[in-house]
Design a protein around this ligand. Structure first.
Ligand code: AMP
Length: 340
């Protein structure tokens, strides 16, 4: 979707990934299929392009560090490092005055007591690195269960987070350009099923003052990161109207896919504009939207969805519909309401 937006602005994309079948490779101008650790392939790739970005935060930072020596990577490798590791991310957020669930690092058995005291129970134990869509996460109902939980996620560095009794989950996507200007999309309501995003509703129906708070939190994080690119900020709204940040991702985000059909400038175009050093576009929406992910076999309903007049269907061309795999999404549009 980024490569499509780039092509629309006249750019040619060169995609580097270990997966020969990656959807972007079907539509980009040039492709490299190699492990991220293949230094020669990484060097040749860097020499062939003008600017490098990423839309997946588990690219090893050594790969991007090697590229950074030869050319500009946007967003910076620092932004990637912060968002790759939950402990570093939460420390960064708290150091910048941004609230999160109560949490503590769990590097090993010595941390079990302090972690359960800091986070309380029930809690969720999450691998610090390489987890997504609920992978590498486990609920911990009592302090005594932490050891078994930690072993079950592979006895790797983790964070223990208090379970937030949230009223809803929202997210904000903000773009920040080379000149430091930023533009955010309207906050949206997100519903997860089995830890995977199920639907996004734009705009969120939260109180406008909470929407303003959420947008300024996203702006503050983008500024603190010195971001050049796009940032998604996932947040919990608590029952007493606090806004806590769950996680950040310095890239286009699933909860921004609705912008493809409901805004003049989508998150993908905004991302390309920021990374290419162009002025940012207007993030205003012309329609309200509900986006639903098509997970695994759900994508088999595509022909029914095509028959709905207001449904915008996006299929990613992935070969195999494995359970839990995002195969596409659908966005239903309706005329924009007056909400901010
Ligand atoms: P994550 O991978 O951290 O985004 O977590 C995926 C989903 O799990 C979130 O969107 C929430 O629905 C739920 N979740 C994660 N952490 C917490 C928490 N501390 N309290 C309550 N729910 C959570």
């Amino acid at each position: 979707m980024t490569a499509v937006a780039a092509a629309q602005l006249g750019y040619r994309c060169h995609i580097f990934s270990p997966d020969a079948d990656g959807p972007a490779k079907k539509i980009a101008t040039a492709q490299t299929t190699a492990p991220y650790e293949d230094e020669n392939a990484v060097r040749a790739f860097a020499d062939a392009v003008d600017v490098v970005t990423f839309e997946f935060e588990n690219v090893p930072d050594a790969t991007l560090a090697a590229i950074s020596e030869r050319m500009e990577v946007r967003p910076s490798i620092d932004a990637l490092r912060i968002s790759q590791d939950r402990a570093i991310e939460k420390t960064f957020l708290n150091d910048n005055g941004i609230g999160t669930a109560p949490w503590a690092p769990v590097k090993g058995p010595d941390d079990f007591n302090t972690a359960t005291e800091a986070a309380g129970t029930p809690a969720i134990l999450k691998k610090s690195r390489l987890g997504y869509d609920g992978k590498g996460q486990i609920r911990v109902d009592a302090a005594a269960a932490l050891e078994t939980a930690w072993v079950s996620i592979g006895a790797v560095p983790a964070v223990l987070e208090g379970l937030v009794d949230f009223e809803r989950e929202i997210s904000v996507i903000v773009a920040r350009g080379l000149d430091g200007n930023s533009e955010s999309y309207v906050p949206v309501d997100n519903v997860h099923r089995n830890h995977i995003l199920h639907t996004t509703t734009a705009p969120s129906t939260v109180d406008p003052s909470i929407a303003d708070t959420a947008r300024s939190i996203a702006d503050n994080i983008a500024n603190a990161l010195g971001l050049v690119g796009l940032l998604a900020v996932e947040m919990f709204v608590t029952r007493d109207d606090n806004v806590l940040v769950n996680e950040i991702a310095p890239r286009p985000h699933n909860s921004g896919h609705w912008t493809l059909d409901a805004c003049a400038v989508s998150q993908f175009e905004q991302f390309v504009r920021a990374v290419a050093g162009l002025p940012l576009g207007d993030p205003e929406r012309h329609s309200d939207a509900v986006m639903a992910n098509l997970i695994g076999q759900e994508a088999a309903r595509w022909h029914e969805l095509l028959a709905e007049g207001n449904a915008c269907l996006h299929l990613y061309g992935k070969a195999e519909a494995r359970p839990g795999r995002k195969m596409g999404h659908v966005t239903w549009l309706s005329p924009a309401t007056g909400r901010p």
